[in-house]
Design a protein around this ligand. Structure first.
Ligand code: FES
Length: 144
């Protein structure tokens, strides 16, 4: 569901994510209990739709029609990754300007972040975006 903005609390659908639009920050909902998993910032997820042919093979394999999902928490010092560079299609952290490429498995392409933004494999089931497993690396950061 949307983690903020005008539609906070509403379930997001693939149709809400348009190519060329900025990412959306969401929280997951447990599919069986319907409980919103918003008790930890580490559950924040960035969803963005990109042209599938721009994704590297591994990223595309874990995306759904170009929709990719990443942790919304910076791997440098844990700020929310809230900025989007539309021209270069990169996530940017507002705290120290780390940049991550969502087309290449969340690779660090600038700034002090020590590791990729963790990926969450996704698929679409019955018109809903669902996680297809866990984060592929540990979300969050290592305090120094
Ligand atoms: S916390 Fe994101 S760049 Fe420092």
């Amino acid at each position: 569901m949307f983690a903020g903005g005008e539609r906070i609390g509403q379930v997001i659908t693939p149709g809400d994510l348009l190519a060329g639009k900025p990412p959306v920050m969401v929280y997951p909902i447990d599919p069986s209990s319907r409980v919103v998993r918003d008790g930890s910032r580490l559950n924040q997820i960035l969803l963005v739709r990109l042209p599938p042919d721009e994704l590297d093979e591994d990223t595309r394999a874990r995306s759904a029609d170009g929709v990719v999902a990443y942790s919304g928490v910076c791997t440098h010092a844990g700020c929310d990754v809230t900025l989007w560079q539309a021209e270069t299609r990169r996530f940017r952290c507002p705290c120290h300007d780390s940049e991550f490429d969502p087309r290449e498995r969340g690779r660090v392409v600038g700034g002090p972040a020590p590791r990729r933004l963790p990926r969450l494999p996704v698929k679409v089931v019955d018109g809903v975006i669902v996680a297809d497993g866990s984060f592929m690396s540990r979300p969050g950061f290592q305090p120094g």
